[in-house]
Design a protein around this ligand. Structure first.
Ligand code: ADP
Ligand code: MG
Length: 393
């Protein structure tokens, strides 16, 4: 008897169809992008609120992969206010890194494309760039200078064949070509001191392999902050470090942020890290924001069943339990998301409405927004996430 067809199985014919579709769509999107790059009116816009550094407005970033369209980020809305730390949390694969890569325009193109929404970056002169359409030449002046990124793995983020000094100098030279060689070196040494490297002259001429993990992450922070950026994106900055070093690195980041008057977008799956540092928290699940608010809202009054589950699964110091809570089930297949709430099948608090459409964003207090039908009657409905129908692209 023939085996029952698995839902994830793709026949040769379907595979060819997907490839053909992907090629057509990505070619079209790349062309549209090239056209938009030529017209400043298409990449210059205005901030909704001048006090924000970045506004994600219904951002949709999809990957046109061989198995179908992966909606990695689908209608994401949140702001990063000036001089604050915004924590982005959620389990692995929920779209945190893709959100930050969309902001840096570092997506793996042409497979990865931001197909909808706006990412507004405040220029500080009353106007803003819409990063989605900004040409690469301008992006190069922003990356590392206005927006910089600290990656998860300090071991791989540094180039093993260049000395530490050279790697920091490079960033400064690129963004300040008029600076003299001595001034660049002085700035590099100043940065090394700032990130707490005691033997700065010695480390200046060392190779990455001569340093410990914590020191390498300090170097990555020095590189990221060399040009005093307005926004620092820290993508799991302490995940590869041991716990004692973690606290030091986070303290350092927080201090430098205050010194440079920057904002931080802190991406992590570790609620402990966010609790200690963030002013605002955005909780993501399967490519969507399910809850956002101040750190106090999220930690003391979590409302979305997913956030409540995350809180319950966190160990508490001094409290002994036989087994930690775990959220049942797993994330739905990103290629074929259900047309109702993505968390419904794992949710222990479902209500009658959950089988309907995906829940809207509901404002439950001045600062707290949650995407769950349980609060439909008590809050203000802000709107539904705007997904893009790829067939209509
Ligand atoms: N280059 C890529 N091609 C296809 N899918 C990708 C690619 N990069 C990321 N994805 C998908 O996007 C989703 C979100 O990934 P990511 O943002 O890296 O998660 P995380 O929240 O752990 O940082 C995942 O489902 C992942 O499989
Ligand atoms: Mg990630």
């Amino acid at each position: 008897m023939a085996e029952k067809k698995k839902s994830s199985y793709i026949s040769g014919k379907e595979s060819r169809k997907i490839t053909k579709f992907n090629r057509r769509i990505t070619k079209k999107l790349e062309k549209e992008r090239a056209d938009a790059n030529k017209d400043p009116a298409l990449y210059t816009t205005k901030m909704r609120d001048e006090n924000n550094v970045v506004e994600f407005d219904n951002v949709c970033t999809y990957f046109f992969s061989d198995v179908g369209v992966v909606k990695a980020v689908d209608g994401v809305n949140f702001d990063i206010p000036k001089h604050t730390t915004v924590g982005v949390v959620g389990e692995s694969g929920c779209g945190k890194s893709v959100t930050s890569l969309s902001l840096m325009q570092l997506l793996q193109r042409p497979t990865g494309q931001t197909v909808g929404g706006q990412i507004r970056f405040n220029k500080g002169d009353g106007t803003a760039y819409n990063i989605v359409n900004t040409p690469n030449a301008i992006m190069e002046t922003l990356r590392g200078n206005k927006i910089s990124m600290i990656f998860q793995e300090p071991m791989t983020a540094l180039n093993p064949v260049f000395r530490i000094g050279q790697q920091i100098n490079e960033v400064i030279e690129l963004h300040y070509p008029e600076m003299s060689e001595e001034d660049v070196k002085a700035r590099t040494l100043e940065m090394l001191e700032l990130v707490g490297i005691a033997n700065k002259e010695g480390v200046y001429s060392m190779y990455p392999h001569e340093l410990s993990g914590g020191m390498r992450q300090r170097i990555c922070i020095a590189i990221a902050l060399a040009c005093s950026p307005t926004l620092i994106i820290a993508d799991e900055p302490t995940t590869a470090l041991d716990v004692t070093i973690q606290a030091q690195i986070l303290d350092l980041l927080q201090n430098l942020k205050d010194k440079l008057n920057s904002s931080i977008m802190l991406i992590t799956h570790d609620l402990g890290v966010v609790a200690g540092m963030a002013d605002y928290v955005v909780v993501m699940y399967a490519g969507r924001v399910v809850e956002k608010g101040t750190a106090d809202d999220i930690f003391h009054h979590p409302m979305h069943p997913y956030t409540i589950g995350l809180m319950k699964s966190k160990p508490v110091v001094g409290q002994k339990v036989d087994m930690l809570y775990n959220i049942p089930g797993s994330v739905p297949n990103p290629v074929s998301m259900p047309d109702y709430c993505y968390f419904r099948d794992r949710c222990e608090m479902t209500c009658g409405r959950c089988r309907g459409s995906y829940p809207p964003e509901i404002r439950v207090s001045d600062t707290h927004v949650v995407s769950c039908y349980r609060y439909y009657d008590e809050g203000t409905v802000l709107g539904y996430p705007k997904s893009v129908n790829v067939e209509e692209l």
